[in-house]
Design a protein around this ligand. Structure first.
Ligand SMILES: [Zn+2]
Length: 172
């Protein structure tokens, strides 16, 4: 979920090799590929302090996707000591591994449940709406077709407004 992002937060470069200007999803794929699969399962939990992502996922899957998304893992991403400064990526999806990660900073009391649902919905939508490519071969993930479907989410407007008003609370 990087619709409002201008820049990704600073991250450690991959250990083994550097790829020039990797897109965030590509880089995540790379990192996932060098990790043993069993480690991934214990890396994150879905039940947070305030929100149970598994329950949210199941509800949205039933309501919006006719339970079409199968064998997905969803969980809170790792907590980091440093807070992001400029933008925050609230959610991400790795399609090969069927893993959805939600930013742990969303697991807080002041975050409305429907906003967490919106972030989860957005990532799930990536699983069913294919990316497009422009004439230069550049990948477009939030294309018109995607955005049109995204607007069908029940709390879409409210979520976008809340995001805009509250983004500063997640950044330093
Ligand atoms: Zn997205």
């Amino acid at each position: 979920m990087d619709a409002m992002s201008k820049r990704q937060p600073a991250r450690k470069p991959p250990v083994r090799r550097r790829t020039p200007k990797p897109a965030i999803r590509t880089r995540k794929r790379y990192l996932a590929a060098v990790r043993a699969p069993f480690q991934r399962q214990f890396e994150f939990a879905s039940d947070g302090r305030w929100f149970d992502l598994r329950a949210i996922f199941d509800r949205i899957n039933a309501r919006y996707f006719r339970n079409r998304l199968r064998d997905y893992t969803i969980g809170w991403g790792r907590r980091r000591r440093e807070r992001p400064k400029i933008t925050i990526v609230f959610g991400s999806i790795q399609e090969e591994d069927r893993v959805i990660r939600i930013h742990p900073l969303l697991d807080r009391q002041f975050v409305p449940p429907w906003y967490v649902e919106y972030v989860v919905f957005h990532e799930m939508l990536h699983a069913v709406v294919p990316d497009r490519y422009d004439s230069t071969g550049r990948r477009i993930i939030h294309h018109e077709g995607f955005l049109k479907r995204e607007r069908r989410f029940r709390h879409y407007r409210r979520s976008r407004e809340w995001e805009e008003e509250n983004l500063g609370r997640f950044l330093r």
